[in-house]
Design a protein around this ligand. Structure first.
Ligand code: ADP
Ligand code: MG
Length: 305
């Protein structure tokens, strides 16, 4: 089966909305909404490295889209469309059918269209999704805006995906295989959060990026970390390892002034969020437990370690 037939069979569904030209020509065409900036990001998944080789293809399709929508959400932007660059090690129709279904399920849930891509053969199954979104000019929430005394918040629960990776078959595996990009919360935080990042490499490391970019430090209350019941039962060492150093959660970590936090509380949100610390002038990340200094030992996830 030729490349074009794969594209037509699996990746050429009708678009959601506002796409001038989608799959089928040399490039796609979009009309930018007035007064908005294009927000764009890409993320690559390699089989055996970013997901276990036996991950169900439907979950792979979902997750490759979800992790990109999470990056768009972390800017406070609204996702619009994706491009898919797919390098297949073989042509397996059952796999392609389930993969494309998972991909479109995630697209449909968040109102996103697949507008183009590339299909090739290579020895390793590799999937790159590029996501595009829009945001009102000047309103993107970057990593560099944290201010002294801002509250540090995180959405949902953290550490679930890392826990699931060590306990395959546990109900929390859903959190590993089908992460939920926090698109609605991210967009709501536009104009309210002073900085934001999505938690993909572990909370400590990702919060560290905010601190570095903002030139600030933080205190973090480990006893305030929002944990699922399965993690609450673990020893401190284990639960903080998962929560602070575990990757793949795709929750939003943001900083916000007290005043904006109170405004946020007045609004309805579809996702819970928890205050876990405060931005400080002193650089570095200090951990507290029950208000006293607490030393945690953990390793962050490093791609090239
Ligand atoms: P070209 O050779 O001009 O780069 P291709 O033959 O690679 O074009 O692709 C033909 C059309 O199919 C283009 O519109 C491209 O964006 C789209 N396309 C190719 N692969 C995919 C894919 N995996 N998913 C979605 N669209 C794709
Ligand atoms: Mg061409």
């Amino acid at each position: 089966m030729a490349e074009f037939s794969i594209i037509d069979t699996y990746f050429n569904r009708k678009n959601q909305h506002s796409v001038d030209l989608g799959v089928g020509d040399d490039s796609a065409l979009l009309t930018p909404p007035p007064q908005q900036q294009l927000v764009i990001c890409a993320d690559t998944s390699v089989a055996g490295r970013h997901f276990p080789l036996d991950t169900p293809p439907h979950a792979i399709g979902w997750k490759t889209v979800a992790v990109n929508l999470s990056d768009i959400a972390a800017m406070g932007a609204k996702p619009h469309s994706i491009l898919l660059a797919l390098s297949l090690d073989q042509i397996d129709h059952d796999w392609l059918k389930a993969f494309s279904q998972g991909l479109y399920d995630c697209c449909d849930q968040f109102g996103v269209s697949l507008i183009g891509g590339d299909t090739t053969q290579s020895p390793h199954l590799t999937i790159t999704v590029t996501a595009l979104g829009w945001i009102e000019t000047g309103l993107a929430v970057t990593r560099s805006g944290a201010q002294i005394d801002d509250l540090i918040c995180v959405s949902g629960t953290i550490g679930d995906a890392a826990f699931a990776l060590q306990h395959l078959g546990h109900p929390l595996q859903q959190r590993l295989d089908y992460p939920t990009p926090r698109c609605a919360l991210g967009a709501q935080l536009k104009g309210l959060a002073s900085s934001m990042i999505d938690v993909s490499d572990g909370l400590a490391q990702d919060l560290g990026h905010i601190l570095n970019a903002s030139g600030k430090g933080a205190v973090l209350h480990v006893d305030a970390l929002p944990l699922s019941p399965a993690l609450q039962k673990l020893s401190d060492q284990e639960k903080y390892q998962y929560a602070l150093a575990g990757g793949d959660d795709y929750e939003l970590c943001f900083t916000i002034s007290q005043q904006h936090y109170e405004q946020l509380l007045q609004q309805k949100t579809d996702t819970n969020f928890t205050i876990i610390g405060k931005i400080t002038q002193n650089l570095g990340l200090t951990f507290l437990k029950n208000g006293v200094d607490y030393s945690v030992q953990f390793h962050g996830y490093q791609h090239f370690a």
